[in-house]
Design a binder for this molecule. Sequence first.
Ligand SMILES: NC(=O)c1ccc[n+]([C@@H]2O[C@H](COP(=O)([O-])OP(=O)(O)OC[C@H]3O[C@@H](n4cnc5c(N)ncnc54)[C@H](O)[C@@H]3O)[C@@H](O)[C@H]2O)c1
Length: 344
Amino acid sequence: MKAENIAPVLRGLTFNGETGAVVCFDAAESEGADVLSLTADAALELEKIASNIKRVSVKGLGSFVIGEAGRVAVVTGGAQGFGAGLVRQLVKNGYFVFIADMNLKGAESFASELNAENKKDVASAVEVNVADEASVEKMIDQIVLKTGGLDLFVNNAGVLKAGSVKEQNLADFEFVTKVNYTGYFLCVKYVSRVMAAQNTAAIKGAKGEYYADIIQINSKSGLEGSKKNGAYAGGKFGGIGLTQSFALELVTDNIKVNSICPGNFFEGPLWSDPDRGLFVQYLNTGKVPGAKTVEDVKAFYEAKVPMGRGCQPEDIAKALFYLVDQKYETGQALPVTGGQVMLK
Ligand SMILES: NC(=O)c1ccc[n+]([C@@H]2O[C@H](COP(=O)([O-])OP(=O)(O)OC[C@H]3O[C@@H](n4cnc5c(N)ncnc54)[C@H](O)[C@@H]3O)[C@@H](O)[C@H]2O)c1
């Protein structure tokens, strides 16, 4: 029996309908008046944990510290761009957030910045390559040992390599598909197991209706084709198929699954990076007729949005908090595009 299997059950048992305790694993067994000592099998069979219990010690394994109640979120690709903006909004709203990214250094320095600003631990970095199954499994194990489970998983990590269907090489097509589409499957595969174990335990003693949430950051290109950008749009369209299918299956585990389809985040690195951003690329390749500067390219794209501006992380955060609060919706794809793409 692994600690990773027990931790979500213990967290689930602490739920009061809205929130559960943060449960942190410690490799040392412990004893005392506020410690419940038992075998691994008995831990999995527990029906409740009395409120005076501060640690659950499991023979041959270690102990689980029952901490304060608190909501836990994970944001993949949280080191920069939309992901970083969402991390900030989640922290502002009281979540403890795991910043899960391939760029571990970036995630670590962002977590330190947030912890310093808030004068307490509000974020933690965890390394992951969402396109690699072993790496995803390791990320989820690390999270579970630190907090016992989670309330919200934001599948945000994504990449874009544009290219004509006549010219794009297979390696580029597969790279984009593996991160944006397969990566979503891999993350949900491991995160849903933890949420299901946590929620099954939570339902046993629930005093209200509790749901965990998986939210995929999709794109307006998941709702409408994107010229010379088929790998990206195809994977994003497919992502909505996964969202709908996962939602149908996971509803019985009290997990809601939804997508958010943002418009373009012009101020983020994807568009505005001075060397590799899309504005510079489009300027250099003459994609926007008559454009002489990066500002001309930006103005061209802003004019395509009925509301006259790009999408900001705060716009997506509002959609995200709506989807979490809304207990009567799952399997949806919510556009946040300033009117640029409308549902049919
Ligand atoms: N920027 C936009 O205009 C825009 C518009 C609509 C939707 N989106 C979507 O929003 C999400 C975030 O986009 P962004 O523009 O903020 O991206 P970004 O390029 O600014 O940041 C992406 C982050 O993901 C990380 N990452 C990349 N591949 C990874 C992998 N395999 N495993 C783990 N981490 C990985 C990167 O290190 C980086 O920190 C993506 O899913 C994207 O498709 C972006």
